[in-house]
Design a protein around this ligand. Structure first.
Ligand SMILES: Nc1ncnc2c1ncn2[C@@H]1O[C@H](COP(=O)(O)OP(=O)(O)OP(=O)(O)O)[C@@H](O)[C@H]1O
Ligand SMILES: [Mg+2]
Length: 446
């Protein structure tokens, strides 16, 4: 297909000559006679290259280039400047022009410059495509691993991915079990096949067998047609059994048989069916504990944990926190000037993260949305139960002593001030019920 060039020049005769020269060389040319028309055409035609004069009637050519670069950084722009205007040419290059040509120029100079620019554009989009492809193949996009614990884990996971072995991922809620499972699938020889994810906890006990193994028409009331089931749907790919610890014991037996024999029996079917899948299971429960209680079969546990992978909770790998902040700022498209202050990052590192990375992601997103200034400070974080430890208050006891009541009263007054005399809010700040605060107010005659 012909490459499209957007030509912007308000000088009619020069524009016509240039347009003729470019199109006779085989380019598709869209010509605009003003900056605004140029911008319109840019958005409606998405050209491969822009050739623009600096002095346009309405917009300055360099400003126009900046706007184009902002919406499409990969599109090269060639600036035409008047003869002898070296300073303008230098500015154009500084602002990101691919090249400049000084008027009057001959046909060959113009064509050569355009061809070079288009070659660069081709390379850029190819690079971008390849880097996406690398991300896809290595599958590490979106997984932050700054801590040595996570690096080691990912290392083991990528070796596990190369095999067909069953993997059991464990870790608290929100630690990234599902992202790790996807990573393993993407890095495995089965990555051309599907990864079917099943949340074992979400399927009603009565349906789980037919959901997993499928059923034939008429197997039970409501089975109006054959159903494939997740095991067969994942054929050629991986089956991700999430929340495996929640599986009922009788289904565990059937699962064990399916894994051992690589065969399943759809509900109501006469013949067993062979399955070609790789199993990745995950749980946030302590399976050893479930085994001890007789709620999880030990033999199934050993079948699943051929390669056990444990994702440590976020509070045990705080080195990941600054990297995660950066990652989430990018993920949520925060403008370039938005950042977290040093103290804010410190506060994030001190927090215990019961909801792990999912919780952190939510908090960073909330901070980005609710920010009143580009710099997000510790006070903006609003971490749940963020306790100011007593030591942070640094109380001073005067030599003559101080009554605890006076201290309490002073804090009550402060809290009311901070709450703008709103008593419910003051009670919240002091972490006491409202009626207790009212009692104190009366007691201190406030
Ligand atoms: N290392 C990481 N880097 C970047 N994002 C991560 C990382 N780990 C997890 N996340 C993000 O955190 C969120 C929770 O991850 P995921 O759903 O994989 O957790 P989970 O362990 O399966 O949680 P649950 O037990 O509640 O199902 C997702 O949005 C995921 O993208
Ligand atoms: Mg999960």
């Amino acid at each position: 297909m012909n490459q499209t060039i957007l030509l912007i020049d308000d000088d009619d005769s020069l524009r016509r000559v240039t347009e003729y020269n470019l199109s006779s060389h085989g380019f598709r040319v869209i010509a605009a006679d003003s900056g605004n028309q140029g911008l319109d055409f840019f958005h409606s035609h998405t050209p491969d290259l822009v050739v623009s004069d600096v002095k346009l009637g309405d917009i300055n050519g360099l400003d126009l280039m900046e706007r184009i670069k902002k919406s499409s950084p990969d599109t090269p722009v060639i600036i035409m400047t008047a003869f002898g205007s070296i300073e303008m040419a230098v500015r154009a290059m500084h602002k990101g022009a691919f090249n400049f040509i000084t008027k009057p120029f001959d046909r060959d100079t113009l064509i050569l410059s355009c061809e070079k620019a288009l070659e660069l554009r081709g390379l850029r989009s190819r690079t971008r495509m390849l880097s996406h492809e690398v991300d896809r193949l290595t599958g590490t996009r979106g997984i932050v691993s700054a801590s040595s614990a996570m690096k080691e884990l990912l290392e083991t996971a990528s070796r596990a991915a190369n095999s067909e072995a069953t993997v059991l991922i464990s870790g608290e809620s929100g630690t990234g079990k599902e992202v790790l499972a996807r990573l393993i699938h993407q890095n495995s020889p089965r990555n051309k096949g599907p990864m079917v994810a099943v949340n074992c906890a979400a399927i009603p006990a009565t349906l789980i067998e037919s959901e997993l193994f499928g059923h034939v028409k008429g197997a039970f009331t409501g089975a109006v047609k054959d159903r494939k089931g997740f095991f067969l749907a994942a054929g050629g790919g991986s089956l991700f059994l999430d929340e495996i610890g929640e599986l009922a014991v009788d289904v565990q037996v059937k699962l064990l048989r399916a894994i051992q024999e690589r065969q399943i029996q759809p509900v109501g079917a006469e013949q067993p069916r062979n399955v070609d899948i790789r199993i990745i299971a995950a749980t946030n429960l302590d399976l050893q504990d479930r085994i001890a209680k007789g709620e999880f079969r030990e033999d199934l546990f050993y079948r699943l944990s051929v390669i056990p992978l444990f994702i440590p909770p976020l509070r045990e790998r705080k080195e990941d926190i600054p990297a995660l902040v950066t990652h989430f700022l990018k993920k949520f498209d925060a403008p370039a000037d938005v950042s977290f202050s040093g103290n804010a990052v410190k506060a994030l590192s001190k927090y215990s993260w019961p909801g792990n990375i999912r919780e952190m992601q939510n908090i960073v997103e909330r901070c980005i949305i609710l920010r009143s200034a580009p710099l997000i400070r510790a006070g903006d974080l609003n971490l749940p139960g963020q306790e100011v430890s007593a030591s942070a208050l640094d109380p001073v006891i005067p030599d003559q002593g101080i009554s605890l009541e006076a201290v309490e009263k002073a804090y009550v007054v402060k809290a009311l001030e901070k709450a703008g005399q709103n008593r419910s809010e003051a009670a919240r700040l002091l972490k006491i019920p409202r009626h207790v605060l009212l009692y104190r107010l009366e007691k201190y005659g406030l």
